[in-house]
Design a protein around this ligand. Structure first.
Ligand code: APR
Length: 232
């Protein structure tokens, strides 16, 4: 059974990293048009770098939680294919030992706004840092901003239409194209499960729902999929 999983900020909430749209979420503290759009970066690159430097420092202090570790265990022990797509830009899935398709980029990566070269980001970045490839002072976070096209979409679409089970964990279902993944997987015949603190904007499109905190619910669900320890 091929399992395709999509995670959002809710899977990292219990690692101490904020979500975006919950009470006190990032988008209640910052105007996303200032810090998560190309226009905002054009207007004030210092503000954008300050925002991502703070998030990078936070993420560097965070540890994976039981949900991240359970998903890594599933990938390791499930007899079928497990594909993890994340909207998150923290590296907690990788820290838990699991590869993830980062459709919104990663805090750990930098890129050049002129020549598009990419490299490992230092903890603190400034817009005047020279690009290692073209030397232009045009460094930006390698994050997909609103109005930009998410990465790896061809690969992601191929996984969605070949999934037997699609599971969304910790996402509000408010941002496309990720919010449309459940419909695409379901249309191609996948069973669908939503694991979230509360119903998301696309809850009605899922066959099954488990509402509660990811660090509690995900390990239970993974144990059910893997069966009792001696059976997998
Ligand atoms: N366990 C499970 N779910 C949780 C938990 C938790 N401990 N805490 C919060 N949640 C759920 C919330 O109920 C909410 O539905 O996680 C979801 C987080 O939603 P958002 O804050 O909108 O985050 P996300 O869905 O990842 O946002 C998608 O929007 O701003 C962009 O690029 C950004 O990748 C992000 C995208």
């Amino acid at each position: 059974m091929k399992i395709v999983i999509l995670t959002g900020a809710g899977v990292s909430a219990e690692s101490g990293l904020g979500t975006f749209r919950d009470k006190d979420g990032l988008w209640t503290q910052y105007d996303l048009s200032d810090v998560a759009t190309p226009e905002g970066f054009e207007r004030d690159p210092v503000k954008v770098h300050d925002f991502y430097n703070a998030r990078r420092a936070n993420a560097a202090q965070a540890d994976p939680n039981a949900a991240h570790f359970a998903l890594a265990r599933l990938a390791e022990r499930h007899s079928g294919e497990v594909v993890l797509i994340t909207q998150n830009v923290d590296g907690l899935h990788e820290l838990a030992g699991q590869e993830a398709i980062h459709m919104h980029g990663a805090l750990s990566r930098a890129k050049c706004a002129v020549c598009d070269a990419k490299w490992d980001a230092p903890l603190r970045m400034t817009a005047t840092d020279p690009c290692p490839s073209c030397s232009k002072p045009a460094t930006r976070p390698d994050i997909v901003w609103f109005g930009e096209f998410p990465e790896y979409m061809d690969e992601i679409e191929a996984h969605l239409i070949s999934a037997d089970l699609f599971v969304a964990i910790g996402t509000s279902g408010q941002v496309y194209p990720a919010a449309g993944f459940v419909a695409k997987a379901a249309r191609a015949g996948a069973a669908t499960l939503e694991i979230n603190l509360e119903p998301s904007d696309v809850s009605g499109l899922f066959d099954d729902h488990r509402h509660g905190s990811a660090s509690e619910i995900v390990p239970i669900w993974v144990d059910e999929v893997l069966g009792p320890p001696d059976s997998s």
